[in-house]
Design a protein around this ligand. Structure first.
Ligand SMILES: Nc1nc2c(c(=O)[nH]1)N[C@H]1C(S)=C(S)[C@@H](COP(=O)(O)OP(=O)(O)OC[C@H]3O[C@@H](n4cnc5c(=O)[nH]c(N)nc54)[C@H](O)[C@@H]3O)O[C@H]1N2
Ligand SMILES: Nc1nc2c(c(=O)[nH]1)N[C@H]1C(S)=C(S)[C@@H](COP(=O)(O)OP(=O)(O)OC[C@H]3O[C@@H](n4cnc5c(=O)[nH]c(N)nc54)[C@H](O)[C@@H]3O)O[C@H]1N2
Ligand SMILES: [Mo]
Length: 770
């Protein structure tokens, strides 16, 4: 992967790091990390061989049934062959279909939420492109919030007055290094996740900060089921998955009953303290939230809970939670309980103390964000008001016109006629894929732009082959990275692939909206235009040609910051954007919604699927279905590094030695992992780093349903056939893919093939017509 470092910069970037590719014979044969990067990610290895990989889509394709019968529900969508067509024909058909839907049904019938990470590169960012395109046609049904932190994004505005903003202004790593004495990490601070930051990262430094904290003797405590989520020198409290709220409430109980809480801070900076204290002490429900009460639920010794609470009160303490903890049923509760705990300690806004969320969830968390404009494509205006919380996609498709609750509103699902996806993989990211597939088959027309034959592309009617970043010039930039990267094209487009921009411009041309869409600029002209906008925003920035020749432009990173320090100093002059202007430990607004699945203050609610539930009798293992170490989501799952992680040719499933022994399983065994929703195959890794009763299997193996098996058996090991498709609560309706109850058994008989390892069947016309 490495080579001589003759260059002083890099020529390209990705969500997982900046690099210079070596391209020979039209494909990447090696990748040299940026010399700016102290800890390059092994994920770069997935790029080798990715340009001319047989899973690239060579030309436009249309599903046979759609070509024959036209738009309509398609019970075989995802199983039928494709017909290769030429660009002129596909653009013509696509424009015709868009004209039909916009004329007959209007923009409320077009779902363009199109969630997904696509690639680094700000101009060619697929999601930005599709949104701009659909806006020029009259708009689209959008999705709001993210799969990443969708629950917190809705909850935290009620509690701290800001959602995504808070997540971007966490106390900076250097401040933690200098001031923190104890860091309690719910879900850990998993280094595997810090390789990645949206938009490109030139220097991976988070892992170094964490290591420096450990080396300085700062006490790190892992609260979670997987030992690997923090350095091995840290203390480990293996809470049962899904019980963090109970654990955190018990810590609060100790603080309050021992008089260790900061009453002054509650008075000056918070509201709702009395209500929460009543709840903690059991005055309202007769159930004090004692360590003994919590121990039954979370499996941690009451003495350890009490001792930790006392230690927290005696030193500068940061309490942080990973995003995974809220990506679950009732995921609002542990986050709110975390804020409560930090408020009781009275350290919110102090350097190195208080509340954190997402350290170790994304590489750029804990790095101060630029306030400057990034050189991104303007998306225009979307007049359509109908929108869905992002993870309610299958509900929307299954229940058009039906009402649902969200954040105090009564909303109605739109009736969608056309789904347009560009830069995401719903058959990776959504839960209960058998359910999604059934919902997806009801849609009359599905359009997908993709470089690769992903499961999403295979479940489309019209497939447009997109280029990858190494086939086009672009600008890489992220919220926190101090380097803007000139992303140089390194190879011509694969076969007939075209940039998303070029594809949209061609369709817009037929629809008469090309002037709105392109504003008369070529892609190259857009790059200069966007760059100049960025350049004008700060002094001393190089002109475009210098930037392009140098390969990068540096900016001064903002100084390290402390979350909510201004509010702490002056809660009256710098109030929070909550109704009270203070931290809402109990919220009258949330209370007024009357949701029993998200009451007005932090509460322990037992999820439908956890160790203590009835279903655990049939499915005794809690599966952590989390983000993969060996790739970004489902991207380049066929890449060298990701392939190297597979066991028995499938996604590895890690299991505790006792649980493996009980099932007669050994390392390398092929197993069937199953839940109420479906089943997938996996390869066993026996691993004492997991708590007993907990198994771990990463997301991102390409959905490869074995034909004829109901409801679904995925041969590759996609965990989302196992997860449950419910919202976190009626408040946030966030993604709940973090966990599921499962059972595991040895696979007997011949192993089904992974169909998605080869392109889908094509029929009809010759493959390479122009
Ligand atoms: N069970 C469970 N499910 C989860 C999660 C979990 O923890 N557990 N995590 C969730 C989270 S946090 C997230 S963010 C989502 C991620 O879900 P996604 O963001 O949908 O996943 P990706 O695999 O990154 O999909 C990006 C797609 O864009 C394509 N692409 C790349 N560049 C281009 C381009 O230039 N043009 C076009 N047209 N396409 C391009 C890639 O090939 C890839 O297929 O998954 C969620 N799903
Ligand atoms: N290599 C790599 N890095 C990535 C990504 C990727 O796909 N690959 N995706 C990126 C994206 S989009 C996002 S949003 C972030 C995701 O960031 P997170 O959501 O924070 O990451 P996860 O790996 O899902 O979960 C972190 C840890 O939480 C623990 N955990 C799970 N459930 C529980 C629970 O109930 N209680 C406790 N205490 N712990 C629990 C698991 O052991 C897991 O290792 O990662 C980003 N970084
Ligand atoms: Mo995410």
């Amino acid at each position: 992967m490495t080579g001589p470092r003759e260059d002083t910069s890099h020529r390209h970037t990705s969500h997982w790091g900046a690099f210079t590719p070596r391209v020979e014979g039209g494909d990447v044969t090696a990748v040299r990390p940026s010399p700016f990067d102290p800890a390059p990610s092994p994920l770069l290895g997935n790029l080798v061989g990715s340009l001319r990989h047989p899973l690239r889509i060579p030309q436009p394709m249309v599903r046979e049934g759609w070509l024959r019968d036209g738009p309509g529900p398609a019970p075989l969508r995802g199983e039928e062959p494709f017909v290769p067509v030429g660009w002129d024909e596909v653009v013509d058909r696509l424009a015709g279909e868009l004209r039909r839907v916009y004329t007959d049904r209007g923009p409320e019938a077009v779902f363009g939420g199109s969630y997904g990470w696509s690639s680094a590169g700000r101009f060619h960012h697929a999601q930005g492109q599709v949104h701009r395109f659909l806006n020029t046609l009259g708009g689209y049904v959008a999705s709001e919030n993210t799969y990443s932190a969708g629950t917190s994004e809705v909850l935290l505005p009620h509690v701290l007055g800001a959602g995504p903003q808070i997540l971007r202004t966490l106390t900076s790593w250097p401040v933690l290094e200098e001031h923190t004495e104890l860091m309690v990490c719910v879900g850990g601070v998993p280094t595997k996740n810090m390789a990645v930051a949206p938009g490109g990262v030139t220097a991976h430094t988070s892992e170094g900060h964490l290591a420096a904290m450990a080396a300085r003797g700062i006490e790190l405590v892992l609260v979670g089921p997987d030992r690997r989520d923090l350095p091995s020198s840290s203390a480990w409290l293996p809470v049962r998955p899904g019980t963090d709220a109970a654990f955190l409430l018990a810590l609060c109980h100790v603080l309050v009953t021992e008089g260790l809480h900061d009453e002054g801070f509650l008075r000056t900076h918070c509201v709702g303290g009395d209500r929460v204290l009543d709840h903690l002490l059991g005055r309202t429900d007769g159930l004090p939230k004692t360590p003994r009460w919590a121990a039954e639920l979370c499996g941690i010794d009451p003495g350890a809970i009490t001792a930790l609470a006392r230690r927290m009160a005696s030193r500068r303490t940061m309490i942080t939670l990973t995003f995974s903890v809220q990506r679950a049923e009732f995921g609002e509760q542990p986050v709110w309980a975390g804020v409560l705990l930090a408020a009781l300690l009275g350290q919110i806004g102090l350097p190195g103390g208080g509340f954190g969320h997402g350290y170790g969830s994304i590489g750029d968390n804990g790095h101060p964000a630029h306030t400057r404009v990034l050189p991104t494509l303007p998306q225009g205006h979307n007049p359509v008001r109908a929108r869905i919380p992002v993870a309610r996609i299958a509900d929307m498709l299954l229940h058009p016109g039906e009402e649902y609750a969200y954040n105090g509103e009564r909303r109605r699902y739109p009736d969608v006629e056309l789904v347009y996806w560009c830069g995401g993989n719903p058959f990776h990211h959504h839960q209960d894929l058998a359910r999604l597939r059934a919902a997806w088959r009801r849609v009359p027309t599905v359009v997908v732009h993709e470089p690769y034959w992903t499961p999403a592309a295979r479940h489309a009617d019209i497939v447009l082959p997109a280029t990858v970043t190494l086939e086009r010039d672009d600008i890489g930039a992220s919220r926190t990275d101090p380097v803007l990267t000139a992303m140089h094209a390194a190879a011509p487009p694969y076969e007939q692939a075209q940039d998303d921009y070029t594809i949209f411009a061609a369709v817009a041309d037929l629809l008469g909206t090309d002037k709105d869409y392109t504003e008369g600029r070529s892609a190259a002209e857009w790059l200069r235009h966007l760059y100049e906008g960025w350049r004008a925003d700060g002094a001393g920035r190089p002109d475009f040609d210098t930037f392009w020749a140098d390969g990068h432009a540096r900016t001064t990173p903002p100084p390290p910051g402390v979350l909510l320090s201004g509010f702490r100093r002056d809660p009256v002059g710098r109030p929070l954007a909550t109704p009270s202007g203070r931290i809402e430990l109990a919220s009258t607004v949330v209370t007024s919604f009357g949701y029993d699945d998200c009451p007005g203050h932090p509460t322990w609610l037992a999820p439908v699927e956890w160790h203590g539930s009835e279903r655990a009798a049939r499915y005794p293992l809690v599966l952590l279905a989390n983000n993969p170490a060996a790739r970004l989501h489902s991207q380049l799952d066929f890449g060298e590094h990701s392939r190297g992680s597979k066991v028995a040719g499938r996604e590895p499933v890690r299991i505790h030695p006792d649980d493996a022994a009980r099932r007669g399983l050994g390392g390398g065994d092929l197993v069937r992992v199953f839940s109420d929703r479906g089943a997938c195959l996996g390869g066993v890794v026996v691993d004492g780093d997991l708590s007993p009763g907990v198994v771990q299997m990463s997301t991102g193996a390409w959905f490869s349903p074995v034909p004829g098996v109901e409801p679904v058996l995925c041969a590759a090991g996609n965990v989302n056939v196992l997860t449950r498709d419910v919202g976190s609560s009626r408040l946030a309706q966030g993604c709940t893919g973090s966990r599921a109850l499962v059972e595991i058994e040895r696979w007997h008989g011949p192993a089904p093939e992974v169909d998605v390892a080869a392109p889908p069947e094509t029929v009809g016309r010759t493959r390479h017509q122009g």
